[in-house]
Design a protein around this ligand. Structure first.
Ligand code: HEC
Length: 154
């Protein structure tokens, strides 16, 4: 009987840690998805501003909207999307420095929203490709400044 209850305890412990790691896996996929979506739009706009991809101004504006909305989605739920310790080796490039310097990470995320909002405002003024290119360089600094500290392999 004793051994049986011990087995039950062990089984339930195993089950709960499995749920936790399933949840962490889903979260990691979600935050990577937000990043990949922005990256796709960033690439499209980069190619557009260099004359390599022909897009209507409407589509250019949609891409700027997507990047801004992704930044907002991340920022609104930053704590839920990056809960402490949500690191599974091989699955994530998030660095432990995120939780060590949480306030700075929050600032980077706020800066990301501001930068993408400014970029979106610029794109809504019917700018030239050169103007988009300039605004775009500025906006991308927000990506790089966070990655440099908080993403592995950057
Ligand atoms: C507030 C910090 C922060 C900002 C700002 C940010 N990122 Fe990220 N990004 C991360 C972190 C952390 C990861 C690693 C996530 C993981 O692997 O769990 C990541 C991962 C990525 C990835 C890899 C996704 C994958 O499939 O592994 C891409 C691509 C990416 N970011 C693009 C961008 C682009 C483009 C921007 C700007 C438009 C941006 N990021 C802005 C923190 C940020």
């Amino acid at each position: 009987m004793k051994a049986y209850s011990l087995l039950l305890v062990l089984l339930s412990l195993f089950a709960s840690s499995k749920v936790m790691s399933d949840e962490a896996e889903d979260l990691i996929k979600y935050r990577k998805g937000l990043m990949k979506s922005s990256s796709m739009s960033v690439k499209a706009l980069f190619n557009y501003s260099r004359g390599k991809l022909s897009l209507s101004m409407g589509s250019v504006q949609h891409h700027a909207d997507i990047i801004y909305h992704n930044a907002q989605l991340l920022n609104n739920d930053l704590e839920a999307v990056f809960p402490e310790g949500s690191i599974i080796e091989g699955e994530t490039d998030a660095k432990p420095a995120i939780w060590k310097h949480w306030t700075d990470f929050v600032e980077k995320s706020d800066g990301y929203v501001t930068a993408t909002e400014e970029f979106r405002a610029l794109v809504n003024t019917n700018p030239s490709k050169q103007e988009i290119m300039n605004g775009f360089r500025k906006m991308r600094k927000a990506c790089g400044s966070c990655h440099r500290r908080y993403k592995a392999d950057d």
